[in-house]
Design a protein around this ligand. Sequence first.
Ligand code: MOS
Length: 746
Amino acid sequence: MSQPSIGQPISRLEGPLKVTGAAPYAAEYPLPHLLYAYVVNSAIPKGVIQAIDTDAAKALPGVVEILTHTNRPALAAFDFQFADLDAPPGTVFKPLYDAQVRYNGQPVAVVVAEDFETARYAATLVRIRYEAEAFETNIDDQMQQARNAKKGLATTFKPPPPKPTGHFEQAFAEAPFKVQAEYRHLAEHHNPLELFATTVQYEAGDRLTIYDKTQGTINNQVFIANAFGLPFKKVQVLAPYVGGGFGAGLRPQYQLFLAVMAALHLKRNVRLTLDRKQMFTFGHRPQCIQQLQFGADDSGKVTALGHQALTETSRYEDYTEGIAAWSHKLYPADHTKFKAQVVPLDVATPLDMRAPGGVTGLHAIECTMDALSYELGIDPLELRLRNYAETDPASGKPFTSKALRDCYLQGAEAFGWNERHPAPRSMKRGHKWVGYGMATGIWDAFQFPARVEMVLRPGGTLLVTNATTDIGTGTLTVMTQMAADAVGISMQAIEVQYGDSKKPFSMFQGGSAMTASVGAAIAKVGRKLQEILFGKASRIKGSPLAKATFDDVYFENGWIRLRQFPEQAVSFAQILASNENKPIAVKKLVGPDALKLRKYTKASHSAAFAEVEVDEELGTITVTRALTAIAAGKIINPKTAGSQIYGAMLWGISKALHEGSVMDSQLGKYLNDNYAEYHIQTHADVPQMEVLFVDEPDPLINELGIKGVGEVGMVAMPAAIANALYHATGKRITNLPIHFDQLLEP
Ligand code: MOS
């Protein structure tokens, strides 16, 4: 039999289209008589708009319309309750709803013109008079407002932390070894390379074809239909090519809403593109303050785990993420106390950003474990092994699979962890201190329901359809690989259609869930198609398979062959011919086997290792090497999965050392809302990197044993860097990002 496609390091199928510029993005679809829209954003964080003077802007030749809360069309939009599948509990923000300004940068007007330049210039001529109100964007000033978040739909993905166990206070007080520390993170903004943009094609009768920058075509279709009171069938959202999402595209963003509003109002094709500065005017990773208290006994066994997280949210929605309870999914302890609260501020509602909650919590958890290892005088890796959980400590349930120990051991071996001198500030290379750090990662193994259709078409090609996007992860490629194996047909004979709300159901692409979600569906639909093909093949007159059962045959490269006598075979072409050359189609909705999986915990794991150099006089930091070992079940494509982990590791380094949106609480505004001052990792910062996938068969979790990769590659990295910096310098910096000047301070 020929080699399966699954497991092959296949390059991204749409790669050539993307690198040659042939793949159109949301703002690039050409449409006739297209109007261009540009958003005016509020200049204050809170208050009431007294007046908007649009006269000068309107007088500009080429300006078609300026919509504000005073003249916008009356829409169903402002009655709807359901926002979107990722909406936190609260009241969804409705652009141009009223005169109230809720956060700095809120869209308050949209200028529509014959060309982009005119729209953008006209936007600068719109004069707005505000009555400013007192506002609060400083979390420290609002600590007394901390409260539990309201519960809602999003709570299902992100449950609040569990109740305390044992007697935490006493156990922590009595622990012979303990660490207590506070960790602080600034807000961060996603900033995918592709700007958020929407191109709306308007057709008579309010039929809309929408090219949108999004991670979820159906999510946005449902949102627009609800918001504007349109039948679902009249709204199609397309996003076949997406230039990065990172969570920013999980929720429908305001440019979509405003582009549709303008198109419906003017009955014209409209395009709205945000600029880079405007990319800082909707959701962000929330700033966070964490308090950790870990206690251990003399043997290094953790006995008490305490973790409190305080995150900002907006005044109108309670955004939360799972930060506080991860330590008890990694380490057994009898006494635990977890708490997560929100502090409402006058900011936009925060939003999921790659590894939401996980990367925040694990930075604190894994730095605290590192600090504990020095208290105990135990190697940091050895401490993890002494506290290794064979079953989920929080629920007592077994894991469907868990090869974290292999991550630790194989990762340490490949990295050369044993060359580390245990004492901080003990390793040197020239005039640079050298440090080794490691940390553990864990992430949920989500699987969403997905409906896949397969059609074997005359000519013998296989059409596979699902509404999912491919936000740059390789989804198209792995779907093609999985379909090839599920049906027994070559990848070249497969066409996957995706990124289209008219295709069979998909959730938005997030949480590292899509490969498992579509994979399980492809496996089941492929199997069903094979059964149908086999049935038809065995009924063909004189069929060599007439007496065979399904188990007697195998499918390969468009043929069904007898295992015993492979030359006895029927081709898909023959089956189609016997079917009067009519297509053969199968469609199925497939979700996780909830009944079976209730008894298990599903998680992917990782171990990250990093080496840093710190200049002894200047404090400048270089990450010289980074390695991550991943246990995430079946890896469908080591190349695309590896790239996910490389990207995630880089973002982990970026989070540790560069990224942070600096809020000026005098102005209620992010000061560095641009690519020049919002620092991210650049090519020149990239260290020598290695990704290692450990073997982790998982026959329980789903049809293909997939857990999904992406976020699991990021979660451990910030702590690995911070721990390496401690090892290099003896300085424990607990706030992110860590800057060299902090290492210079005495
Ligand atoms: Mo992501 S935050 O899984 O889009």
